[in-house]
Design a protein around this ligand. Structure first.
Ligand code: GLP
Length: 233
């Protein structure tokens, strides 16, 4: 646990920068949502050299109009690609607009595998215990695929959209097993709304009822919490 939400972001950024400086960051896995926003600000402020680093997003909504500002492709472009000055060809987001979503999932798995998987995966956690968009019930052997979002997730993400009915109900997400292939994992959670999910993930049963509990089966996991997110531990 760290003293503040800001400290959580700074600490996560330090992990990424240490890997980069050591020449061990060929691919960075990025999460969207509010949890990692501070990390990206810190990474941009560090003035590091990102040439050659590939970036892979966890997930993308299905059914948004192309170029929608809340599509994860647009969010990653705004929060990660532009501030870090990355070549757009090195930034990968699942194609939630593909006509054949199964093929798009398989293509994303291939792109990840071709680059040897990601070195550091940043993760947030949903109030449902989701990682990426793997909602409760997601198999620990799941790979990139189309999923239905939980009602709670749709409600939580409505804050990013003009009208609640605009929130997509499906997504294309890396599976739990896909996320598990990362060499290092850094989960960030801030705020009391995450406290229940954090407790279920870290102290509950390791079970598909809480997809984030799969972290306890992954290699090299760092969990960074502010006091509110850690308050039920
Ligand atoms: C979103 C994303 C996740 C994210 C989580 C938490 O819906 N699909 O990748 O980690 O939910 O979001 P936030 O950080 O805004 O609370």
């Amino acid at each position: 646990m760290l003293a503040t939400a800001e400290e959580v972001g700074r600490r996560a950024a330090r992990v990424v920068l240490e890997e980069l400086e050591a020449g061990r960051l060929a691919a960075l896995g990025v999460a969207t949502g509010s949890s990692p926003a501070r990390v990206y600000e810190e990474l941009a402020a560090a003035g590091a050299r990102w040439e050659g680093v590939e970036v892979f997003a966890l997930d993308e909504y299905v059914g948004l109009p192309p170029g929608h500002p809340e599509s994860y492709a647009a969010v990653v472009d705004r929060q990660v690609r532009a501030p870090l000055g990355l070549d757009p060809r090195r930034v990968h987001v699942p194609d939630g607009g593909a006509a054949d979503l199964d093929a798009a999932g398989a293509a994303y798995e291939r792109a990840l595998a071709e680059r040897g998987g990601v070195d550091v995966q940043l993760l947030g956690i949903g109030a449902t215990g989701h990682i990426g968009f793997n909602e409760p019930g997601s198999s620990f052997t799941s790979r990139t695929r189309v999923v239905e979002l939980a009602d709670r997730t749709v409600a939580d993400n409505a804050r990013f959209f003009d009208r609640p009915e605009d929130v997509p109900r499906r997504a294309l997400t890396q599976g739990v097993a896909t996320i598990g292939t990362a060499r290092r994992h850094v989960l960030l959670a801030q705020g009391a709304a995450k406290a229940g999910a954090v407790r279920a993930a870290l102290e509950g049963e390791v079970s598909t009822d809480c997809p984030a509990s799969a972290l306890r089966t992954f290699d090299d996991v760092l969990v960074l919490l502010d006091p509110a997110a850690a308050s039920l531990l």
